[in-house]
Design a protein around this ligand. Structure first.
Ligand SMILES: Nc1ncnc2c1ncn2[C@@H]1O[C@H](COP(=O)(O)OP(=O)(O)OP(=O)(O)O)[C@@H](O)[C@H]1O
Length: 291
């Protein structure tokens, strides 16, 4: 079950221009069949306000990195500094893939959860949650329960909850992966619209190169496991962006193609590793985006 996470804090970041700093982070898991090195001495900086995307082959350590940034895992070696928690604001909120809202709470109670937990005054909660339910088109469903909503609407609740919580850094792990293309495109547009209001620092994992180029300012392409940065790609498109219009531009296709070139070897390497160990099946090789 996903929940807003602000508890186990990595070191606080003092430098206001860099919101996320990852220094030579390695993560190893000891399993019955041996040690799995998920991340290998990864170093990166994410400046304030950047929409940072992570793409990489299945099993390359993307979720592990996000969990370390959220303080849910410790790195084996290396250091991470993320955001700054201030009074009334957590340093990060995480949105997971699939449903990450509480099934026993109404839309309103889900969206206001983080604020209520922090004891924010009720007038402020009404104002902020009302704003984000309005932005995500959920006002009429404020008293509904998750099982009464579509998958897209449930993800909207997660988005409303995360933005209402007003974290310094927003961590998103494939939030739209379970949605059909139509809903995905709609939610991408909505996310960009809401993000444009605040320009929060976002770290967003996706399996879709199209999604990475549509949403991101900068994309980290990861190597196959053990995961590291293979390339950083700047996305030059202006803000605010029109998702559909963007996808018709020739430069858009060029960037998508460049990233696929970067990924191809890594995906093949990862697939070979998975063929040798059939328990984990890669998804990346099957998806080449919607162009
Ligand atoms: N708690 C754990 N115990 C043991 N191994 C783990 C654990 N968590 C992750 N791993 C392993 O670490 C590697 C990286 O996993 P991770 O989930 O971070 O990859 P990913 O890039 O997010 O994958 P996917 O794209 O398939 O979601 C994988 O080999 C995985 O099996």
């Amino acid at each position: 079950m996903g929940a807003e996470t602000a508890a186990v804090a990595p070191t606080k970041r003092q430098d206001t221009d860099v919101k996320v700093a990852v220094r030579a982070v390695a993560k190893r898991f000891d399993t019955r069949s041996g040690t799995v090195t998920a991340l290998d001495e990864l170093t990166l900086d994410i400046p304030r306000g950047q929409f940072f995307m992570i793409v990489g082959p299945s099993g390359c350590g993307k979720t592990t990195l996000l969990r370390i940034l959220a303080g849910l895992e410790d790195p084996t070696t290396g250091e991470v500094e993320v955001g700054t928690a201030t009074e009334g604001r957590p340093e990060n909120s995480m949105i997971f893939q699939g449903d990450s809202i509480f099934p026993w709470m109404t839309v309103w109670d889900n969206a206001s959860y983080g604020l209520r937990m922090r004891g924010v005054p009720s007038g402020k909660i009404r104002e902020v949650v009302g704003h984000y339910l309005d932005k995500t088109g959920l006002t009429a469903f404020r008293d509904s329960y998750p099982h009464q909503l579509s998958g897209g609407m449930r993800q909207r609740v997660s988005i409303a909850r995360a933005f209402a919580n007003d974290p310094d850094v927003l961590l998103m792990d494939e939030p739209f992966s379970a949605l059909d293309e139509q809903n995905k495109t709609l939610l991408q547009s909505e996310l960009l619209r809401i993000w444009d209001e605040t320009r929060k620092t976002v770290v967003f994992i996706t399996h879709s190169v199209d999604e990475a180029v549509t949403l991101g300012d900068r994309i980290m392409v990861m190597t196959s496991r053990p995961g590291n940065a293979k390339a950083f790609v700047e996305v030059p498109f202006e803000r605010p962006r029109d998702v559909l219009e963007l996808r018709h531009r020739p430069e858009y296709g060029d960037i998508v193609y460049d990233i696929w070139q970067q990924l191809r070897d890594e995906v093949e390497r990862s697939q070979q590793a998975q063929a040798a160990a059939p328990a984990r099946r890669g998804r990346f090789g099957l998806r080449r985006g919607g162009r």
